[in-house]
Ligand binder design. Structure first.
Ligand code: ADQ
Length: 490
């Protein structure tokens, strides 16, 4: 008989709260990025537990108290896994971000295949698995997130610990010709086969995984069709599914409807003299295609002088991995490009490109989304891309156009009503923007209302439910709501 399900345990590299040292002492900051945005609302008040690293290798003495405050406000328990500087260097900066991140985004020339990174990645995964083994029971459902922790099921099994365990990959899974370049490809694929369920963002990612599996383990058989299929390994079976992640649609739409947010959006438009706004919002990362996007704006202004003085491109970039040289260089490149384009086209009363490099509070971000006439989302490759969905949710006037990269996971769901572009094709993006600029209101509304219906229906709760249904035949509502939470530290 199936054991009674007690709680949902989420395991990810970072906790949804990070400890940061500031001039006047330590502060807890709510973490950024898609994963936190996606999961926070579904753990709240459901007895959930989140296991992860707190973001510092040298935590303050009052770490427990600081995180406890966050925990009681967030509505779920937090458990930290302490990591040394050397572990963070090899496992996080090294293996995760200098090997898996570029490789899985088809940018293999950026990979640094250092064997020390691999060994540290395994050590840290073992450390996480020990915590999971000690702090969870067989009644918990363990949900592992992302490429930093692909070896959890493998290590739990090697310890003889039985858990019901699922894994979700937030980034793309590459096709075999790219994956096969990984020196540890066989071991990584095998580790992923140890889960009960492996989830991907799109059917294409799942197909890529199956392609790699069949190359490296020709004896496996794939059974079934549709969103979730079964892999028959001979001695055991496990499941693979495509679960496109989404957003809390109503939370974004409701915020966009708030009068003070509407006022902010109006003030922004007024400050820009009601010119059309083209908006880009991203973590500052080389996969997001920001330099290529700015070059497309340059092409747009060169090729279509009719838009001169009639549009503004606003790029909002949230600082990310700032310690890494490549990211510093990217920041400089973007700043120089913005300078070039503005130098070429500005005239009295009009500066075409506005660039903001900082974290925006939610209300401000939503006001920008609501004010934008065109959402320009052009990653070179992206697991899903939540910005595309957030933009549509906030476009309550339904006058906007989503111009979307065909290499974002979101394109698989939104392709019918988004304007799809190749992020490397500057002429193509410029042409798309020029056309979108002149779309009439009825055309915009027709497409935007369909995009919004799709995202409203397939929202974050639908995503969690589909994963849990596939993993344990339970839905979110089966995890009971509770009133109190505790904070625990190992
Ligand atoms: P990310 O690469 O972080 O996530 P994305 O899905 O675009 O990418 O999410 C970024 C988040 O950061 C959005 O929620 C956005 O609102 C927020 N953000 C961006 N700029 C901001 C700013 N200046 N201020 C405040 N917030 C800002 C990874 C994968 C994605 C996948 C998600 C979820 O790379 O492909 O969609 O996980 O699975």
């Amino acid at each position: 008989m199936e054991p009674e399900l007690r709680r949902l345990v989420v395991v990810s590299n970072r906790l949804p709260a990070a400890l940061k040292k500031e001039d006047d002492g330590w502060r807890v900051k709510a973490g950024g990025g898609g994963l936190v945005t996606a999961l926070a609302p579904v753990l709240k008040n459901r007895g959930g537990l989140w296991i992860g690293w707190s973001g510092t290798s040298d935590p303050p003495a009052d770490e427990d108290a600081l995180l406890a405050d966050f925990s009681s406000e967030a509505g779920y328990e937090l458990l930290t896994v302490p990591l040394t500087e050397q572990e963070v260097e090899g496992y996080y900066y090294g293996f995760s971000n200098e090997i898996i991140w570029p490789l899985f985004h088809d940018l293999q020339t950026r990979c640094k295949f250092d064997p020390v990174f691999w060994r540290t990645y395994l050590d840290v995964n073992f450390k996480f698995a020990e915590v999971v083994a000690r702090k969870t029971t067989q009644d918990d459902y363990i949900w592992i997130h992302d490429y930093h922790l692909m070896h959890q099921a493998f290590f739990l099994k090697s310890m003889g610990v039985k858990r019901n365990i699922g894994f979700f990959l937030h980034i793309p899974f590459p096709p075999p010709d790219i994956f096969m370049k990984l020196p540890w490809r066989g071991k990584l694929i095998q580790a992923l086969t140890e889960y009960d369920l492996v989830g991907f963002q799109t059917i294409q990612d799942r197909k890529n995984f199956v392609g790699c599996l069949q190359k490296l383990m020709p004896e496996v058989r794939i059974e079934g069709r549709g969103a979730v299929v079964t892999v028959n390994m001979g001695t055991r079976k496990f499941r693979l599914g495509a679960f496109p992640i989404s957003i809390d649609f109503n939370q974004f739409a409701d915020m966009a409807h708030r009068p003070e947010v509407g006022q902010k959006a109006f003030e922004l438009k007024e400050a820009l003299r009601h010119r059309k706004i083209i908006l880009g919002v991203d973590r500052l990362d080389y996969t997001k295609g920001i330099p290529e996007r700015i070059r497309s704006i340059q092409t747009l202004l060169r090729r279509y002088p009719d838009l001169s003085g009639r549009m503004n491109f606003i790029q909002i970039a949230v600082p990310s991995r700032e310690e890494v040289d490549e990211y510093k260089e990217l920041r400089t490149e973007i700043e120089q490009l913005v300078g070039h384009v503005n130098g070429e086209f500005s005239c009295p009363g009009w500066v075409p490109v506005h660039y903001h490099y900082r974290n925006f509070p939610p209300e401000e971000l939503v006001a920008y989304y609501a004010a934008a006439d065109i959402g320009l989302v052009t990653p070179l490759r992206d697991g899903m891309n939540l910005v595309a969905k957030e933009y549509c949710a906030c476009n309550i006037s339904e006058n906007g156009v989503l111009v979307l990269s065909e290499f974002a996971g979101a394109a698989a769901q939104l392709q019918k009503d988004a304007y799809l572009v190749n992020p490397y094709d500057m002429d193509g993006i410029a042409k798309a923007l020029h056309r979108a600029f002149y779309w009439d209101k009825a055309t915009c509304r027709d497409h935007m209302s369909k995009l919004r219906d799709q995202i409203r229906k397939n929202n974050i709760y639908w995503w969690v439910d589909s994963f849990l249904q596939a993993g344990i035949s339970k839905s979110l509502g089966d995890f009971p709501e509770v009133d109190t939470v505790n904070f625990a530290r190992i």
